[in-house]
Design a protein around this ligand. Structure first.
Ligand SMILES: [Zn+2]
Length: 369
């Protein structure tokens, strides 16, 4: 009987600690710094962005579909739109539509790179209410493919530099502006720029690129919009699975065709997700955002060590962004068999698109598959 009371007492204490920790799990306060007013020609900045948006710089994996003149049109506009940048900075065109500016600072020790891309993904015009390249402003909204992704960034960087140069500003350290014209198709522009820096043995102090956004209803239990700072991108890898057979007519098949065998592999991999690995930045994000969550989730995030398994399970069951933050993900995207419905394929293939957790490498992921 006494043992029962002791156990009951311990359970009560355990529950009390968990609940108290959840109750004390409140948002951290951060000092708010006053922002400095910035003076620049807003009208001109918007007009420049409109001009960039009007260039149909759509990139395709099949280069014959691309309109090179539109890319040249955009590049040709830059000296007009940002004359001060062109007066003071050096400008290099590297292969695969990469553009590189250098704004010299008083020191060359800790150079920074500001990045953006000026190509855009193809448009399904029927789904647009306006011409996707009109660059029109309606009710305070600028319409156009690529406005956010990421011509606004390119324009912001160049407008800021143009404005500062016109005021006689000289940066403390060198600043590079690096723009890719093939980001959406994994083009080689960005890696050509990396090579350029490596050849010159330039060590960068800071690189700022597209990444993150304001998201809602992504983090469990948090309703407020969250500004998410992207500090890295998961690695990407495509795995191609192939099964061969002797083919033949479908009238007298073996128990399993190559398609059946691939399906089994697909089911097995979907049923067995990669192990969870919470990186340090992810843990810090849980600690920050978890404090803004509902009490139920606070219980989990305030007692992360104890409830890690619950999060693992939730991720596996629900998928989505949180799960993608926790592990290497596998998405089966393509499958190909024979050309006719009544022919057993001599070869069938299946493609999975993997996004690698920092814990994984191409080799370790391949080994697990
Ligand atoms: Zn983008």
């Amino acid at each position: 009987m006494i043992i029962l009371y002791i156990i009951l007492g311990l359970v009560t204490v355990f529950l009390a600690v968990i609940l108290l920790r959840a109750a004390a799990f409140r948002p951290k306060t951060f000092p708010v710094t006053e922002s400095e007013p910035v003076e620049f020609d807003g009208e001109r900045a918007i007009a420049s962005l409109q001009q960039l948006v009007r260039c149909k710089t759509v990139s395709y994996y099949d280069p014959s579909k691309e309109d090179d003149e539109e890319f040249e049109k955009l590049i040709g506009l830059l000296p007009q739109l940002y004359p001060e940048v062109f007066r003071v900075c050096s400008f290099d065109r590297l292969p695969d539509r990469a553009l590189l500016f250098k704004w010299e600072g008083t020191s060359h020790d800790h150079p920074s790179v500001m990045m953006a891309h000026y190509d855009v993904v193809p448009v399904n015009e029927d789904q647009w209410e306006k011409d996707p390249f009109c660059g029109e402003i309606d009710n305070g909204v600028l319409w156009g493919r690529g406005t956010l992704d990421t011509k606004v960034t390119m324009n912001a960087v160049l407008t800021a530099a143009d404005t500062l140069i016109s005021k006689g500003f000289v940066p403390e350290n060198d600043i590079y502006f690096a723009f890719s014209g093939g980001e959406e198709i994994n083009g080689k522009g960005a890696s050509n720029i990396v090579d350029w820096f490596e050849e010159r043995k330039i060590d960068l102090g800071l690189v700022v690129d597209e990444g993150g956004g304001v998201v809602e209803n992504v983090f469990p239990g948090v309703k407020a919009p969250c500004g998410v700072v992207g500090i890295a991108e998961k690695g990407m890898m495509n795995a191609i699975f192939t099964v061969k057979s002797q083919g033949g007519h479908a009238s007298a098949p073996k128990p399993h065709t190559p398609v059946g065998i691939l399906s089994k592999a697909c089911c097995k991999l979907e049923a067995n997700p990669f192990p969870m690995h919470v990186t340090k930045p992810a843990a810090e994000m849980f600690d920050t955002l978890g404090r803004h969550s509902t009490f139920l989730y606070k219980i989990i995030f305030a007692n992360f060590g104890i409830f890690k398994g619950v999060l693992d399970l939730l991720g596996k069951k629900s998928g989505g962004e949180i799960n993608a933050l926790l592990r290497t993900t596998v998405a089966f995207t393509q499958m190909e068999g024979s050309a006719a419905p009544n022919v057993i394929p001599p070869q069938a293939t299946m493609v999975a698109n993997l996004r690698l957790n920092p814990m994984d490498t191409v080799e370790s992921a391949k080994a697990r598959l």
